[in-house]
Design a protein around this ligand. Structure first.
Ligand code: CP
Ligand code: NVA
Length: 325
């Protein structure tokens, strides 16, 4: 009986990892299976070299943002233009999600105008609620828990610079935040080892680690959580960091600067990684805090390639979710 349960469990996990079972939305990296990620990256590489044509001719997407953005907003707007459709940007003041109007009502109204929504919200609960009431695909453009579009662009960047993703080691130095949560899930789904070094009190949430370990048991990804930057960085192929204070946490910035002192990616830390390691950051960056200026400007930094790849990967995400065959 136990054997039967284990076998059925393994089959369900394998199916879960290889197929897109969650339906129409991209709210978490875990909404994708290993094959979805591979297909999106392949399509993004194709769209980077070739015009995508008008795959989403006459389609419209609304960008509903509760927080500021440079990359996410511009790359989604340009992606829709390149696909033959258009994007309508709604600023925090215009929508007033949950204040001027119920999230549920905004979702139902927009579903009658547009073919998809990209939402950047403070709370993950808001984007989940939005998706529950929307009839069209909803894409998470960053919330307090995840940043899936960024991580797909990052996986594309690593694939372009390093080749195969499986078996590589990515070391994240810093906060257990939206970017590291999504990176952990993405790495574990593609079989890339993931190490994170965070100061006490700012560790990555256990629910993401548990999920990633489950994925890793099938893909071979090894997960290490530590407070020691050197343990994480040793022989890594990719050294990744993000801001110490994310949007929405501004009142904690002094306390966070103190807690994260010693967690800067600098020359000494990068020297522990493999000699051909790349440095990554989602931007915007704070030079002198989470990263030394000479590292982000140095030859191992690929931060602007990451930013560029948002455009190409998002064309692939939009086609993956919106295109009707
Ligand atoms: N990396 C990223 O999402 O940048 P923006 O906040 O400028 O969109
Ligand atoms: N963790 C950062 C990422 C910005 C792209 C934030 O949420 O502000």
């Amino acid at each position: 009986m136990l054997l039967l349960i284990v076998v059925v469990g393994a089959i369900i996990l394998t199916l879960r990892l290889t197929t897109h079972v969650e339906g129409k939305d991209l709210l978490s990296v875990a909404d994708l299976g290993t094959h979805d990620i591979k297909n999106i990256i392949d399509a993004a590489m194709h769209f980077k070299k070739n015009s995508p044509g008008s795959l989403l001719r006459d389609a419209s997407v609304a960008l509903v943002f509760e927080k500021p953005s440079l990359r996410t907003r511009v790359s989604f707007e340009v992606a829709m233009t390149q696909l033959g459709g258009r994007a309508v940007y709604l600023s925090p003041v215009e929508v007033g999600l949950g204040r001027r109007e119920l999230v549920q009502d905004v979702a139902r109204v927009l579903s009658r105008y547009v073919n998809g929504v990209v939402a950047r919200t403070f709370s993950h609960r808001t984007v989940r609620l939005f998706a529950e009431f929307a009839d069209v695909p909803v894409i998470n453009g960053l919330d307090d828990e995840e940043h899936p579009c960024q991580i797909l662009a990052d996986l594309l960047t690593i694939r372009e610079t390093k080749g195969d993703l499986k078996g590589l080691t990515l070391a994240f130095i810093g906060d257990g935040n939206n970017v590291s949560n999504s990176l952990l899930l993405g790495a574990s789904l593609v079989g890339m080892n993931f190490r994170i070094a965070s100061p006490p009190g700012y560790e990555i949430h256990g629910k993401f680690v548990e999920m990633a370990r489950r994925f890793g048991s099938t893909t071979g990804a090894d997960i290490v959580c530590t407070s020691e930057t050197a343990v994480a960085a040793k022989d890594a192929d990719v050294l990744y960091t993000d801001v110490w204070t994310s949007m929405g946490q501004e009142s904690e910035s002094a306390q966070r600067r103190a807690a994260f002192a010693g967690y800067q990616v600098d020359k000494q830390l990068l020297s522990l990684a493999r000699p051909d390691a790349i440095f990554m950051h989602p931007l915007p960056a704070h030079r002198g805090e989470e990263v030394a200026a000479d590292i982000i400007e140095g030859p191992q930094s690929v931060v602007f390639l990451q930013a560029e790849n948002r455009l190409h990967v998002q064309k692939a995400i939009l086609v993956h979710l919106l295109k009707k065959n």
